[in-house]
Ligand binder design. Structure first.
Ligand code: SAH
Length: 376
């Protein structure tokens, strides 16, 4: 049985990067600039650049004194993410960025443009400790939690890309963020909540996104789900269910051995009741594994009458995996049965497959490992 690693401070703060203004709320930034001998208004000025104009490089902030422009750490804007590679597909509508963090850890984010919206898919951890066997990120284990600013900075970078008009056929304003990149967001709980507050606070404190346009996706860490329901944040919760029965879910989502399907769904309904938000149930369709008609019926029975929506994700096969996506007619029958049970259901479009940027394909560490070998 894979060991489930929650990463709660395991590697401690030592691995975290230098403090960045996105780690702090506005009063915290004022204190931090004052501690560096700067007037408090600089905190607003820097925040305005970063959160309202998406400028991340102090050198570009011409209204700052030259000494500050030359010292990003003093300006609370140490560079946190170095782009190793940007890949584009779907005719320019999907872009994946591989980032190197200050300690060499790698993470990825994906920007997806649609006619009516632009969505950022961001990582909350380097690697992941949840060990789901069908997910590429899960295979290498957890490296560390990301800092608040390392997560926010992915979004701000992608907001700048969107604002530049680079996302084909989509609006220039980034409007949605999904925590569906690398990592288990609820295993980095305290920082995730700060990220949600930063993303939703109006500029210059934050990015001014709408709470309901943020989606937190979880394997089902029940205590954290229940806590999140109490934070006064009406974000969307997505639960990666993948099986309606414990026997199979124990295998597909190993943390189910700690919190079983019934407990996870109870916590989901509690979240829906507290926030008024419909919970999204994620279900990767895996050929001959979880796609049987009886499982559709069981899932339908569990969800009927609840504030829930099912998102079926055709499995993206990952390297070395023994699994494949369900056949189209099997998927159609699964959808039909769920809808017949009165459960609202859609099939997710799989963006970014050619650049390994689709659901469950993010595995930056492995990719660069291969490249390093190839370069030797
Ligand atoms: N740890 C969080 C968020 C990460 S992944 C979670 O598990 O919810 C976002 C979604 O992609 C999850 O529903 C995850 O189960 C799904 N996923 C992972 N690997 C996949 C794959 N190979 N094909 C399709 N979906 C996958």
């Amino acid at each position: 049985m894979p060991v489930v690693d929650f990463g709660a401070g395991r590697r401690g703060r030592a691995a975290l990067p230098p403090v960045h203004l996105a780690d702090l709320d506005l009063p915290g930034r004022r204190e931090a600039v004052a501690a560096r001998g700067l007037p408090g208004f600089r905190a607003n000025q820097l925040s305005q650049h970063y959160f309202a104009r998406y400028v991340r490089d102090v050198a570009e902030m011409t209204d700052l004194p030259p000494a500050l422009r030359a010292d990003p750490a003093a300006a609370l804007l140490p560079p946190l993410l170095t782009a190793l590679r940007e890949q584009v597909c779907d005719g320019g509508a999907t872009r994946k960025t591989v980032w190197r963090l200050h300690d060499g850890a790698l993470v990825e984010s994906v920007l997806m443009g649609y006619a009516d919206r632009v969505t950022a898919c961001v990582s909350s951890q380097a690697g992941c400790g949840m060990a789901c066997p069908f997910c590429a990120t899960g295979q290498a284990g957890l490296t560390r939690n990301l800092s608040v600013a390392e997560i926010v900075d992915q979004v701000v970078h992608l907001a700048a890309v969107a604002a530049s008009g680079a996302v084909s056929g989509a609006p220039a304003r980034l409007s949605r963020v999904v925590f569906m990149g690398m990592g288990e967001p609820l295993a980095n709980y305290a920082r995730l909540v700060q990220v949600l507050r930063r993303l939703t606070a109006p500029a210059p404190e934050g990015l001014g996104l709408s709470q309901r346009h943020l989606t937190v996706s979880t394997v089902g860490l029940v205590p954290a789900m229940r806590k999140l329901a109490q934070e006064g944040l009406a974000v969307t919760l997505a639960v990666s269910l993948h099986a309606p029965d414990d026997a199979l879910r124990n295998e597909l989502v190993p943390v189910n051995q700690r919190w079983a399907v019934a407990e996870v769904l109870d916590a989901a309904w509690d979240f829906a009741a507290q926030t008024g938000r419909r919970v999204s149930i994620e279900y990767a369709m895996i050929k001959d594994v979880n796609d049987q008609p009886w499982r559709a019926d069981l899932l339908g029975a569990l969800l009927a009458g609840r504030l829930a929506h099912v998102n079926l994700i055709p499995l993206n096969p990952t390297p070395g995996s023994r699994w494949d996506a369900s056949a189209p007619h099997v998927e159609r029958e699964f959808v039909r049965r769920l809808r017949a049970a009165g459960v609202s259901t859609t099939v997710r479009d799989t963006r970014g497959r050619e650049i390994d940027g689709a659901c469950g394909q993010l595995a930056a560490a492995e990719t660069t490992g291969r490249e390093r070998k190839a370069a030797q």
